[in-house]
Design a protein around this ligand. Sequence first.
Ligand SMILES: *Cc1c(COP(=O)(O)O)cnc(C)c1O
Length: 342
Amino acid sequence: MEQKIDFRSDTVTKPTLGMLDAMLSAKVGDDVYGEDETVIALEAKLANIFHMEAGLFCPSGTMTNQIAIKCFTQPMDEVICDQTAHVYRYEGGGIAYNSMASVRLLNGERGILTPELIEPEINADDVHYPKTNLVVLENTVNKGGGKCYHLDQIEATHNLCAIKGLKLHLDGARIFNALVATGDKAAAYGHYFDGISVCLSKGLGAPVGSVLLGSSSMIKQARRIRKVLGGGMRQAGFLAAAGIYALDHHVDRLAEDHLHAKALAHALAQTDYVAQVTPVETNIVLFEVANKFSADEVVRALGRKGILCNATSAKTVRLVTHLDISPAMIDQAIEVIDTLDV
Ligand SMILES: *Cc1c(COP(=O)(O)O)cnc(C)c1O
């Protein structure tokens, strides 16, 4: 059986030997007692990178996002996000369950929100309406095919939120992909956002973990919420060490994933089973299948040739490049794409 090439998600990566080595030699303690120096070092390292005051290591990006939304809202408040947002679509209804807040969904171009889209949706101060209190942006936009915000777009939304007294949270599950693609500086982000969630287990290749960044007082409250959600972890330094290793070794190389994604997109665009490929900006390739095919048929045909990917709707397919995809695998995948008989 030939080796499968797994483009289903950038979450499928396995820790490298260097990462495992760093994990094995981590100094650990009980992090619920605040005694795990490696967790503390990871939180401080990311806070420093993004110029935020403090960080909180959590088991998942769902937890960091949900804690942030809980910190920034009260029951009956309303959250503004794009209709494709992970916080709304893929976190199990967590905004309703955890925060008892309602959601106002906008239709951004590939999931990108602008002040022009947001401003008319901010509710007036009237008892009929839920109180708009929070805007959530996602960078890169997962459902938007890895599309990036540039810093000037974020600044404009930050300015609107500041005037209107709204909090601004970033679901930065793939923020390092955006930073590598745009050349924007991470440090600038701390100025624009009240909260930032960073995933270590996506493109960065760590096995587990996300970090929530915010002000010291916000993170103090976030720590209480993490505890009540059951997310307080004990000798978590073994996992945090993987995160520190990823930040030191796996950020610059994301550019390689982006090149790989562009090469796949180029090959797909030449085939008769693909109608259209969404322009690639980072590590996600989204394409629409040609009229006579379904996404499932194309995914199954690729699967028979050892290429794993996911249908994201009846007519769209997604491929994601990552740390465990080598240049040789890209060559092999392109050969399959070129010659595929759906
Ligand atoms: C993966 C992802 C998350 C977090 O997911 P977890 O699996 O809970 O870590 C959040 N937002 C986006 C856009 C994602 O792609």
